[in-house]
Write a protein of this length. Structure first.
Lengths: 406, 495
């Protein structure tokens, strides 16, 4: 496939304008870590935005950072760390799980996919941290939305709309995000030996209490055995993990009272600093599933029902699930070769409580046939299609990647 | 303020329209008595008044859908209205339009503690949600000052904020799902009880849509466990600069307070006259910093905030010792609007946002403008997130003074944009800031926003005349203008 690699915003406008004029379909990438996610776009030309890179503005005291889409998350993290700050939504690098390797993920890709890590339920999603954007629509026209301040209701928030649009509405050329102070101190309480249902109940109690938990995950024994952290891997049982962050005296007090919830004879341990960070990184990036070739699903469900949903799927398949977001996010692996990736059964398992299932990893041939993103009710699907046309009337930006017309 | 030209043909059909709507919403659901319609002639922006042609108060989503479908089929404009507290004229009726009131949608449908969310009808008051979940130790975080009255549907439509949004986010960050009826009557559901709906983030644009994209008929919000304790620190400063430095110092130290509010000297004195909150009357600027969380954390952070304030030259520091005192500290801030209302016959509340560090400069220039326009101004300010609320004092009975106040307000908002900020932080564009949109956005920026509007409401019958300074027809906006003769850009690196 031919590649266009603009290095300025003007060149990006020019490239998309050309594609619009001639009706050439573009596949948009920045780092390329998530190229294997979504329906194969069937594009003619690759629009590579990795040449639009670099941090344009960072004002720690204003908690704001502006960067071009091709800037790697690694570069941004390093820069923020110098000031004790971070992207609070913990953008995960899905490169390893998608077979693209680590370190490629960029700000542009992370926002386009609206991917958020374990702190999602407390700190918000990627889309909650995007303050402003400059982008080129499928019409080849530059527009901006938002600004650089947190409180802003001036016009529709197109930033949020572009977040999670997987490059199907516009090519972002500059992104402004809100950054936050990183937690001073970090502890993770580990509870061993709970089954999935009991673990989700425990997480529900923890999240409904005054502990300000900022991560709540459950790994069944088979998954815990794959952890890189000894205290998680070695005991040979399931592990339920609850993260506490903040100023030191507060972390110590909350950790102690949280442990009190499990005083009735459960085996408990704690992870401190480094181990804690390593553990939440592997949870957020589903690293336990990085090795295999199997089918990988990511389900967002009402959290208290997470174990029940996974249980229904496990009745039909040899499924291996683990839970994040207090049960609200289920990562579920099915054996390679599962017919149609088990899509119907997985989606039916959500039941009337709702939620959605995304097919994160599957062979290209399957992703062509099976809807990668959760099918929408007809009215909503039609509305989404009209939104697509409002930005990309000739359907040249990642056509078909999210479904709709390829 | 120029509104879209009323359609004489529609107005001529008024009686027939009322009858048709009466069939959809029987009983007392349709109001066409001219005296009764006056109740809806304005929202919180009372400078603008226009009784609607007809008001309709449906009770079910099917009725909302049928009303919209009927209006859509007959080319009739519709203006949705919640509690009517908008400060930007978002719910200002149209002479040839139907006002769709959501007041009867006042039920809390479900409280789901296990999933930490509540599903409510749009007419439920903001505070009523917190009250309903209070006994179980939960609350709904966004807390606009109008929270006793304003509706959650209106909050979604305006993406309302409040004092605690610094730590807990605005409405948009706390809504999980909505049911929305489009102008053609189609009912769509977006999101639910889970996080991050699949597909395009339509919730992201429905929040803050100012009644232009659809009528919200159900909202699912997140509820949070109430923090075990909270304390407020009241800090007086001899200058606005010092107070601004303190705000930067607190944020720079990695502290995210639950709220961080500032008042200038005129606002301090107006509040003190009104509620005797114990504010230092001689301070040039007052900060109220609230910390919440477990007691140890709160005590720890209170000490750190007080330390930072002392270092930056605070003239007085008081820490609330109990809930009564904390409430008193807030009483002055919370009643700032009515307090200012007592020292002036009328006031006009502005709502720009600026980068925090530009605050002293902006206050200085605002003072100069105050002299220039000959109108006093009092400032309350969500300092933590840079959201200004200058209250311009005027007397509508003096000919020309309203116009002067509006001109002053416009100048303040242009200043906000000039220093890198925006026209509105939480009150919305409505009719009020509509004609200033061009100071922040290019033609193309606004056209792209309108194209989104067209995806929801191609005939532009829902709340027209708000937000957009120029109304383009959707067909015209949809046309792709291909600039001829584009070569294959020799300059872009290719492989
Ligand atoms: C004293 C005072 C203090 C205030 N303080 C704050 C504050 O601290 N923070 C803040 O953010 N705001 C504040 N406001 C502004 C106002 O209260 C908010 O904008 C509020 O969200 C409006 O809600 P409402 O129900 O009154 O909406 P309305 O005024 O009825 O309508 C507002 C807009 O929403 C649309 N709308 C209403 N309901 C629906 C629906 N169900 N579906 C679709 N569209 C709908 C209307 O068409 C209109 O455009 C204050 C107002 C007053 C008077």
């Amino acid at each position: 496939m031919e590649t266009l690699r603009p290095t300025t915003e003007d060149e990006a406008i020019e490239a998309v304008g050309w594609a619009c004029q001639g009706g050439h379909a573009l596949e948009i990438v920045s780092g390329g870590s998530k190229r294997g996610l979504g329906r194969p776009a069937g594009a003619e030309v690759l629009l590579d935005l990795s040449g639009l890179a670099g941090i344009a503005l960072y004002e720690p005291e204003e908690l704001v950072l502006t960067a071009r889409p091709g800037t790697t998350l690694a570069e941004i993290d390093a820069r923020l760390a110098q000031h004790g700050q971070a992207l609070a939504f913990e953008p995960p690098d899905l490169g390893p799980v998608l077979g693209a390797g680590p370190g490629l993920a960029t700000l542009g890709g992370c926002m386009a996919a609206n991917l958020s890590g374990p702190r999602r339920f407390k700190a918000g999603a990627a889309r909650d941290h995007i303050l402003g954007v400059r982008a080129v629509s499928g019409r080849g026209e530059l527009f901006k939305s938002g600004g650089r301040v947190v409180k802003n209701v001036t016009g529709y928030d197109l930033c949020k709309l572009l977040a999670g649009s997987w490059g199907t509405l516009a090519a972002m050329t500059e992104i402004t995000v809100k950054v936050l102070p990183a937690g001073e101190k970090l502890r993770t309480v580990l509870v061993y030996g709970l089954d999935d249902e009991a673990a989700v109940d425990a997480m529900t109690r923890a999240l409904g209490g005054p502990f300000e938990v900022s991560g709540a995950a459950h790994l069944p024994a088979g998954i815990a055995a794959l952890s890189s952290v000894g205290r998680v891997r070695d005991p040979g049982s399931s592990v339920t993990a609850l993260r506490i962050e903040g100023p030191e005296p507060s972390v110590l007090a909350r950790t102690a009272s949280l442990r009190g919830l499990f005083a009735d004879g459960h085996a408990i341990d704690e992870l401190h600093g480094h181990n804690s960070s390593a553990f939440w990184c592997e949870v957020g990036e589903a690293r336990f599933h990085a090795a295999g070739e199997g089918i990988l699903w990511r389900l967002s469900v009402p959290p208290a029902g997470g174990a029940a949903v996974a249980g229904r799927i496990a009745d039909a398949f040899e499924a291996r699930a683990f839970y994040d977001w207090g049960g609200g996010l289920v990562w579920l692996a099915l054996p390679p070769g599962t017919e149609d990736a088990g899509a119907e059964a997985v989606r039916a398992a959500l039941g009337p409580a709702g939620g959605h299932a995304t097919l994160i990893r599957a062979p290209e041939e399957l992703r062509r046939r099976v809807p990668v993103f959760h099918p929408q009710a007809p009215g909503l699907a039609a509305l989404s299609e009209r939104v697509k046309q409002a930005f990309d009337p000739r359907n040249i930006l990642n056509p078909g990647r999210m479904g709709g017309t390829p | 303020m120029k509104m879209p030209e009323p359609d004489a043909d529609v107005i001529a059909r008024r009686a027939g329209i009322a009858r048709a709507l009466g069939k959809i919403v029987p009983g007392e659901g349709v109001i066409d008595d001219r005296a009764a319609l006056r109740a809806y002639e304005s929202d919180g922006l009372t400078a603008y008044r226009q009784p609607p042609m007809i008001a309709v108060l449906p009770e079910t989503v099917e009725q909302v859908s049928a009303v919209l479908k009927y209006c859509h089929g007959n080319g009739i404009k519709v203006v949705p209205r919640g509690a009517g507290t908008s400060l930007s004229g978002g719910a200002l009726p149209l002479a040839d339009g139907v006002l769709l009131g959501l007041g009867k949608f006042n039920r809390i449908l479900d409280i789901d503690y296990a999933n930490r969310c509540a599903t409510v009808q749009p007419g439920v008051a903001n505070l009523a949600i917190s009250e309903a979940v209070e006994a179980a130790g939960f609350y709904y975080a966004p807390d606009p000052s109008s929270q006793i009255a304003c509706s959650i549907g209106g909050n979604v439509a305006e993406n309302a904020g409040g004092v605690h949004c610094l730590k807990y986010g605005l409405t948009a960050n706390n809504v999980l799902g909505v049911e929305l009826v489009l102008m053609d009557g189609e009912i769509v559901r977006v999101g639910g009880r889970h996080l991050d709906p699949s597909g395009y983030d339509l919730l992201g644009v429905i929040n803050g849509s100012e009644g232009l994209l659809g009528v919200i008929t159900e909202v699912t919000v997140r509820i949070l466990p109430r923090p075990p304790s909270a304390r407020a620190v009241l800090i007086g400063f001899p200058s606005a600069e010092a107070a601004g430095d303190c705000v930067a110092g607190v944020i720079g130290a990695g502290i995210v307070p639950a709220g961080m509010e500032m008042m200038d000297n005129p606002a301090i004195n107006a509040a003190e006259d009104f509620v005797e909150a114990g504010y230092p009357r001689d301070a040039a600027a007052l900060l109220i910093v609230e910390l919440d969380g477990p007691e140890v954390e709160v005590d720890h952070l209170v000490d750190r905030v007080a330390g930072i304030a002392r270092e930056l030259g605070a003239a007085s520091i008081r820490v609330s010792e109990d809930e009564n005192e904390r409430a008193r500290f807030w009483a002055g801030r919370k009643s700032a609007f009515p307090a200012v209302g007592r020292i002036s016959p009328d006031y006009y509340c502005m709502d720009g946002t600026i980068p925090r560090r530009r605050l002293p400069e902006v206050l200085g220039r605002m003072a100069a403008m105050s002299d220039e326009f000959g109108l006093r101004v009092a400032n309350v300010f969500h300092a933590g997130d840079g959201n200004l609320h200058p209250l311009i004092l005027y007397d509508a009975n003096n000919p020309g003074e309203l116009e002067k106040a509006e001109a002053f307000g416009g100048a303040i908002l242009r200043l906000c944009v000039e220093v890198g900020g925006v026209l509105t932080g939480e009150h919305g564009v409505g009719v009020e800031k509509r004609d200033l949109m061009g100071t922040m956005f290019s033609d193309e920026d606004l056209k792209q926003q309108q194209r989104l509007k067209c995806a929801f409401d191609p005939e532009q019958l829902l709340n027209p005349g708000k937000v957009f300074p120029v109304l383009h027809r959707c067909a015209e906006l949809g046309r792709v203008h291909v600039r001829g003769g584009r070569t294959r850009f020799p300059d872009i690196p290719r492989f």
